[in-house]
Design a binder for this molecule. Structure first.
Ligand SMILES: N[C@@H]1[C@@H](O)[C@H](O)[C@@H](COP(=O)(O)O)O[C@@H]1O
Length: 258
């Protein structure tokens, strides 16, 4: 795991975009996209680079999760959010951006279909991840099995409160979601976890320096051979070993498989 502490959210966005750009330029790629506010700067940076020639025409993308019960056209469905914040501004081919159908009559069948389509694409090359204040990734809430696959989950009250800002009222936040499982996420070849702001400091510290435990789903990343964690100074505030992370970052090329 490489932990890179950067001065501010802009530096996190630029570094995340560097990693994604490097993979996209290397040839056909499969990107794993996250929603939430954390990756928005990265998406803005990638859109800007697209305006300067970076093409996503050979890339495919898979979303991490989706609310159950929201139609695709709802402004807060994750399929809408990704189109509005990123995919709609770059040149992905038609049908290259895949999401879960939150309105599927049979959520288990939808989850199985999604797993199969990720596999058919050859798996995810770079998976972008945010982190919830409770340590969730995707919508894998605390106590999710570290081996879980794509499935329906019930949101915690805390996550519903955290996400209420995107809806007209807290009651409108769906109670259920479909999410890639921790086992699914761990199959991506490179995991890129972003943490911004002091509200994430405790979750980042638990994920990176705490024990691997279902109480902090993001701690499952410690089991993966190629993880890059990009945090701003505020989100790094509760890490105990920042001196070491800064020291190593200055001494070897970042994210290239150390
Ligand atoms: N399902 C998403 C996660 O993928 C995201 O990481 C988390 C944090 O959101 P934010 O980045 O807005 O803090 O929110 C949601 O619950």
């Amino acid at each position: 795991m490489e932990i890179i502490v950067l001065p501010d959210p802009d530096a996190v966005a630029r570094t995340a975009a560097d990693i994604i750009e490097e993979r996209v330029r290397r040839g056909p790629s499969v990107l794993g996209l996250a929603t939430g506010s954390t990756p928005l700067g990265t998406y803005r940076e990638l859109i800007e680079r697209h305006r300067h020639g970076l093409s996503f025409a050979e890339a495919q993308a898979f979303l991490l999760d989706e609310y159950v019960g929201l139609p695709a056209a709802h402004p807060e469905s994750y399929r809408s959010v990704i189109r509005r914040e990123f995919a709609g501004h770059v040149d992905f081919a038609a049908d290259a951006v895949h999401g879960l159908d939150g309105e599927a009559a049979d959520p288990a069948a939808e989850a199985a279909r999604y797993e199969a389509s990720i596999a058919a694409a050859g798996g995810v090359d770079v998976q972008l991840l945010g982190i919830g204040t409770d340590g969730h990734i995707g919508f894998n809430e605390p106590m999710s099995s570290l081996a879980s696959r794509t499935r329906i989950k019930t949101l915690t009250e805390q996550t519903r409160r955290d996400n209420a800002r995107f809806f007209a009222s807290p009651d409108e936040v769906p109670e259920h979601v479909l999410t890639q499982g921790l086992g699914t996420i761990l199959e991506a070849r490179h995991l890129l976890l972003l943490g911004l702001g002091e509200a994430k400091a405790a979750a980042v510290a638990a994920a990176v320096e705490g024990p691997v435990a279902a109480i902090c789903p993001a701690s499952a990343l410690q089991l993966h051979p190629h993880v890059t964690v990009l945090v701003d100074a505020a989100a790094a505030a509760e890490l105990a070993h920042t001196e070491y992370y800064q020291y190593t970052y200055g001494r070897k090329p970042a994210w290239q498989g150390f």
